[in-house]
Write a protein that binds this ligand. Structure first.
Ligand code: PLP
Length: 394
């Protein structure tokens, strides 16, 4: 991603900053759209993964819809040009104000996660003389085999309606006249790299479709959620996720009824690889058993390692022995614990990271920071918000 010309242009920019490769984002979207159209699938971008204005504008131009999890995300999506007809609204804790905002905007669908939420949306829709289109978010109890903090489809998770409760929920729904059931929704977790997991999801959805048909309920839409993982270990080898194989799992294993629409909500796989967090080494310090490379970026700019022990590839892009592809140019490597300046021990980007000799002033790239990176930034320790820099503009 980083050639010498680009790195020399970085020299004048104050650190830390998020570097966005918008060309890669466009190519990713092109591939995503090609592969989803091939199967006649509709894709909503999960806005929470990255709400950067430029990023949203590029995604909106590609024609995707928006999957939102808050009222402000709905507002932002509409301001960014997404059509309300292509907005879905999920979340276990929608407030009355958020529901009203979504009703007034006339969004495509509420993905509902509990019986009580159905009653509340019905009541608010009634007051406004509106019909709310809804899908039931069902917890399919499919293990996503990912980090437990980003698993959402198991009995123990707070998300969705559990299958044993469905009968009761459907009885309730029949009495709620301002709701219109248009489909069912799932989202089992994030950073899923084993496609067999999605095959298991399809099997569960097929069973549920039979169940709904027995209840004489027609499902016009099946929303299978998101969760496709990216390659954090080798971002250059797999800059664009394998959308073709991903969609073909659903094409092959999901029993699609005539006229039925299949929706996806992808976040990480759309934006994950298009951004790196660029940071400067402030100090190199010898510890008892290790060396620390102390950066000017920390968990305030990229919280994923601290929050769920996630791996981000770290490269020294200043060293003359900087990484070429996955390998450093044959130079002896030294192990560093790469840490941030924040007053928390969890403020660590990686332990025993092998880098060429790293010095004060070197620039390090924390790769694959596009998803759940900038959007989770905080001003803890009263830090300034790190700026964003875009390819083609520096
Ligand atoms: C977060 C989220 C997504 C997107 O997940 P990714 O792993 O980023 O693809 C999709 N749907 C819902 C309901 C979500 O909460």
């Amino acid at each position: 991603m980083f050639d010498s010309a680009l790195i020399s242009r970085f020299k004048g920019v104050s650190t830390p900053f998020y570097y966005y490769d918008l060309g890669l984002l466009e190519n990713t979207l092109r591939r995503l759209c090609q592969e989803s159209k091939r199967q006649d699938f509709a894709v909503h971008y999960a806005v929470k993964a990255n709400t950067n204005d430029k990023v949203l504008s590029v995604i909106q131009s590609s024609g995707l819809g928006a999957d939102c999890v808050s009222g402000n995300e709905i507002k932002k999506a509409i301001e960014s040009g997404f059509s309300e007809k292509q907005i879905v609204f999920a979340g276990v804790g929608k407030s009355d104000a958020e529901i009203n905002l979504a009703l007034d905007a006339g969004i495509f669908c509420f993905n509902c996660e509990s019986e009580q939420e159905l009653e509340v949306i019905n009541g608010l829709a009634l007051k406004r003389g509106k019909q709310a289109r809804i899908a039931l978010r069902i917890n399919p109890n499919v293990n996503a085999n990912t980090h437990h903090y980003i698993t959402t489809g198991l009995d123990e998770n707070k998300f969705g309606i559990n299958i044993p409760d469905l009968n009761e929920v459907i009885q309730k729904l029949r009495g709620l006249s301002n709701l219109q059931l248009i489909g069912i929704h799932f989202h089992i977790g994030s950073q899923i790299t084993d496609l067999a997991t999605f095959k298991n999801l399809c099997t569960r959805i097929n069973d549920l479709q039979h169940y709904f048909e027995k209840q004489h309920l027609v499902l016009r839409h099946i929303n299978v959620g998101g969760g496709l993982g990216i390659n954090y270990h080798e971002p250059d080898k797999e800059a664009i996720p394998d959308f073709a194989n991903y969609f073909s799992v659903f094409g092959e294993f999901l029993e699609r009824r005539p006229g039925q629409e299949i929706h996806f909500e992808l976040g990480r796989s759309v934006v994950g690889q298009c951004c790196s967090l660029i940071s400067r080494v402030l100090y190199v310090k010898k510890g008892v058993a290790t060396r620390f490379a102390i950066l000017d970026a920390g968990m305030t700019e990229l919280i994923r390692p601290a929050l769920y022990q996630s791996y981000h590839k770290i490269e020294n892009i200043s060293s003359p022995y900087r990484s070429v592809g996955a390998e450093y140019n044959g130079k002896d490597l030294i192990k560093y614990d790469v840490v941030g300046p924040i007053c928390e021990s969890s403020d660590c980007f990686g332990k025993s990271v092998e880098l060429p000799e790293t010095l004060r002033g070197d620039l390090l790239a924390l790769r694959s920071a596009g998803a759940y990176g900038e959007v989770m930034a905080s001003n803890y320790n009263l830090r300034e918000k790190a700026p964003s820099v875009y390819s083609g503009t520096i």
